[in-house]
Design a protein around this ligand. Structure first.
Ligand code: ATP
Ligand code: MG
Length: 242
């Protein structure tokens, strides 16, 4: 794989729900071992972008290349096999299954039991509170803990790119900090992250590069720190942040 095409590159992505245009020429890239943030108001098209990347939605136009190979239009299980894993909005854990069984589901593509056990152990080291409660039903976890479970389940698939759709939504600031520390650590291990967040300040502090999406179009992009200092971004996205 040649260096210039490594990572994820979206170019000119259009998507519409029926007649309603949701993405209009979206181009963005996530280099290897980096954190890229995607910000935008409610309804801007962030989750739609995530779903298009993950193969849950098929773009009308545009290209999606991951590590030099086109993944546009591939079904989601094939996109996952190539190493792109989406942790969707809204902590979708299986409430009636134990924490451990939820994690095992994440390793669906791995059939070597020893490898699955090693992945489990790795996640339990990262998320000690999931280990303590591994035999409890996932539905008994708090919202923040369920979000951690959702991320851990994504990691069980050994992604090379993890797309996190609002991992901090509805979570108390202390847990958000914990989740963001984890995200940092994941990237230090060589994975890359596309971080979709409403918590603009925290994600801009974390991200090397960031894009702002509004009404299906990228209206602004730049280094995280540069956007933090941007007057428009401050007024539009940082006003009520803590
Ligand atoms: N299944 C759907 N059918 C029709 N329209 C949809 C569907 N899902 C999303 N939309 C519309 O597409 C646009 C983009 O939605 P999307 O969920 O991508 O926004 P978002 O940026 O993730 O917003 P939020 O911050 O609220 O999660 C919105 O106008 C939304 O109403
Ligand atoms: Mg969304």
């Amino acid at each position: 794989m040649s260096a210039p095409t490594a990572g994820l590159v979206l170019e000119g992505i259009d998507f519409a729900y029926g007649g309603a245009r949701a993405l209009n020429g979206v181009s963005l890239s996530v280099p290897p071992a980096s954190i890229v943030a995607l910000l935008g108001s409610n309804g801007a098209g962030k989750s739609t972008t995530a779903k298009v990347i993950a193969g849950a939605l098929r773009p009308v136009r545009g290209t999606i290349v991951f590590d030099g190979q086109s993944i546009a239009g591939l079904p989601s299980h094939q996109v996952m096999r190539r190493g792109v894993v989406l942790v969707p909005e809204g902590r979708l854990v299986f409430a009636q299954m134990t924490i451990q069984d939820n994690l095992m589901m994440g390793a669906y593509k791995e059939n070597r039991r020893s490898r699955v056990a090693a992945l489990l152990e790795q996640n339990y080291t990262t998320f000690p509170r999931l280990k303590e409660r591994r035999h409890q039903l996932a539905g008994s976890l708090s919202g923040g803990e369920q979000q951690m479970l959702a991320i851990a389940r994504g990691l069980m698939a050994e992604p090379r790119l993890l797309v996190l759709d609002e991992p901090s939504l509805g979570i108390m600031p202390k847990l958000v900090q914990e989740i963001f520390v984890l995200i940092r650590r994941i990237v230090d291990n060589g994975m890359s992250i596309l971080l979709i967040e409403q918590n603009a300040r925290a994600s801009l502090e974390l991200a090397g590069y960031a894009y702002v999406l509004e009404k299906g179009q990228i209206i602004l992009q730049g280094e995280g720190r540069q956007l933090l200092a941007d007057e428009f971004v401050q007024n539009a996205y940082l006003g009520t942040d803590t």
